[in-house]
Ligand binder design. Sequence first.
Ligand code: ZN
Ligand code: ZN
Length: 391
Amino acid sequence: MTPSSQTLKAPINWTAAITLLGTPILSMIAIPLYAYHHDFSLSAWISLFFLLAFSSLSITAGYHRLWAHRAYEASLPLKIILMIGGTFAIQNSILYWASGHRTHHRHVDDVEKDPYSIKKGFWYAHLGWMIRDYPAAEANYKNAPDLMNDKLVMFQHKYYVPLVIAVHSIILLSVGWAVGDIWGVILLGGLLRLVLSHHVTFFINSLCHMFGKRPYTDENTARDNFWLAIATWGEGYHNYHHIFQYDYRNGVKWWQYDPTKWLIWTCSRFGLARNLRRIPSLNIKKAELAMKFKYAEQDLAIYGHHVSEDFHNMKHRIAQEYEAFTHTLNDMAKLKEQEMLAKKQRMTEKLHQMDDKLKLEFQLIEQRLQHHRARLEIMVKSLPKATPPSA
Ligand SMILES: [Zn+2]
Ligand SMILES: [Zn+2]
């Protein structure tokens, strides 16, 4: 029996199937019917937005960046809030979700081992992988010993179903009672919110591996997509996320729309989060520039044939620039070695002079990288019809 025929015969997970297929159908019937007979109050619509934000951000900041990637540390009160919001999103327990997600990063695009491999198509990556009980690549949560030792995570895992019922009853009934529209809040803040928050998260596994640019790496299918970042509370910068998964930011540039990073940063200002992990900017620039060179070469190969003389000149200039860039990278590696050495020595004696010298050299390297980028951008602009391929 081949592995693919094995997976085809995986048994249907009825709980997931009923939840994931039943809720959209129910909302399509119940919400228009209720609106026709009773109309929704403005408060019920507002509850939809706030409860959507609460459950979705608990998945992105909690399940994803805190528990799956350990991109920062959270205080107990924040962890409890994120656990409650994550339970409210009905996406299974933290342990199950984070362990599966770690497997996704480790085996991304592997048809058999990536739990939501886009190579099996949009519907499989979006939803299909949950409808059947496919055998897990990392059974028994072997890739999550840290979570197995986390009391809060294990408490939620053990009492997941009663917690889902309790969290829904308490939140929906209390909000509904407070605004005087219990059925409106149940249908919009409960049902419609759940369907939306599900598909918003699922887009990250499907669309964020299909549409968008790859500015940092083309070794996997993950894409950066501004429009998907809007829909997914900042997770749409998925190309950056797949190369630097431990960074607490997905939209790494300050201007990129990533409400999850703003939330985590704000929590850190209030003492609720700490040790926010950031990838050093030099490493980010290195990845970005390497990709720019790659695209420039690809563009030349595609469009350069028409202009034979210019083509050769341009190819030569890009090769030269690439060599200079490689030199800079080598210098950067050497400098990093020196930095490590200085750190070791600093353990025994104070070496401020060494620190200053290193700082200056790092600044110079950064300037050189910027210089490469500027030159490369001029070259790319002068390419005939140079459109960086996004796929
Ligand atoms: Zn992914
Ligand atoms: Zn991730």
